[in-house]
Design a protein around this ligand. Structure first.
Ligand SMILES: [Zn+2]
Ligand SMILES: [Zn+2]
Length: 345
């Protein structure tokens, strides 16, 4: 079968390998849709401290497909079933799992290798994070469950009341998802980011206002002037992943507001903050990482409900051989996510 292997940051090969064998608790899935993700692009450019621990590594983590084989111990899943799998599953045994922070599991079982014709879903993911797709949902739409689950994590921890103003900083796939979800939860959304097309899309997805960071010098002033009579946004969400943008985002919140720092920055970086914002203005800063099995399930349910404008997120279909081209298109802000079809004809 064909599969993408990452040999080092910037070195990706499409190789011909054997279809993998499965063990007793595992499931072999024929990949029908793999989606490009901002994290994949970052990983491709600079590696990833959590997702890729050694090279060469299979690559890609947002996918759905059809079960081709199940191990002898697997219950409830059968060949021919349409499924979506998360790219991780918590252990359920460690300190954090027992405390209920399963997204912070010390022994998260990760899965890479969606950019291939077949992928083996490991036992723990089969048991905790493999879901059947309703037959009226397409493979590419179902594959959006993983990024959607991450974004739901942010939205559910924001405690939105209707008429709250939320500023979403960043107009990449995640920024657009957040814009959409905050809009659906009843907030007034200010989308602040780069790229005219992406900001147009933000409007389609529910942004009440857009701020083009390429054209405006004072983004903080612009966000503030649009929220609570100049006081700042009730909630600010950073979805860029750069320390200077983290710093800027904190200054956009109103007194007592919430700032969610969602975008992962390169390891070893730091940012500074005016102490008075924390004490006298009582701003809350929250980090959000990853998701839980419950959120993954809720994400698929939300897609199945038809409320998500899935079409807006998937910009085109390409064969596995054009994976690097897909990454470069997204980097140039041409399109949001690409549907990589390993069986493209
Ligand atoms: Zn992803
Ligand atoms: Zn754990």
């Amino acid at each position: 079968m064909k599969c993408a292997m990452l040999y080092a940051p910037g070195r990706l090969e499409i190789e011909e390998v054997e279809i993998p064998n499965i063990k007793k608790g595992e499931v072999l899935v024929k990949v029908r849709a793999a989606l490009t993700c901002g994290t994949d692009i970052k990983t491709y450019m600079r590696g990833h401290p959590v997702l890729i621990k050694k090279y060469p590594s299979p690559f890609g983590h947002e996918f759905s497909g059809v079960i081709s084989k199940v191990g002898t111990d697997v219950k409830g899943f059968f060949p021919g079933m349409r499924v979506v799998a998360a790219n991780s599953a918590p252990c359920g045994q460690c300190y954090f799992c027992k405390k209920g922070y399963v997204n912070l599991c010390e022994d998260l079982r990760l899965l890479n290798g969606a950019y291939a014709k077949y992928i083996v879903v490991p036992e723990r993911i089969v048991n905790k994070n493999l879901l059947e797709i309703p037959d009226y949902i397409s493979f590419k739409d179902a594959a959006l469950s993983e990024p959607l689950a991450c974004c739901l994590n942010a939205v559910e921890q924001s405690d939105i009341s209707s008429n709250d103003t939320v500023a979403v900083i960043g107009s990449g796939p995640i920024g657009l998802f957040l814009t959409h979800l905050y809009h659906l939860s009843g907030a007034k959304v200010i989308a602040c980011g780069k790229g005219k097309q992406r900001l147009e899309l933000a409007k389609i997805l529910g942004a009440d206002f857009t701020i083009n960071a390429d054209e405006i010098e004072d983004e903080i002033g612009a966000v503030k002037s649009l929220s609570n009579y100049g006081r700042g946004a009730d909630v600010v969400v950073e979805a860029v992943g750069k320390p200077d943008i983290w710093e800027m985002s904190v200054k956009m919140a109103r007194r007592g507001g919430l700032v969610i720092l969602f975008g992962g920055c390169p390891s070893g970086t730091s940012f500074s903050i005016d102490t008075s914002l924390i004490h006298y203005e009582q701003i809350t800063i929250k980090g959000i990482f990853h998701y839980t099995p419950q959120l993954f399930k809720r994400a698929l349910d939300l897609i199945a409900s038809g409320k998500i404008n899935t079409k807006a997120f998937i910009s085109g279909r390409l064969p596995l051989e054009k994976l690097e081209e897909a990454f470069s298109l997204v980097k140039q802000k041409k399109g949001v996510k690409y549907f990589i079809d390993p069986f493209y004809q």
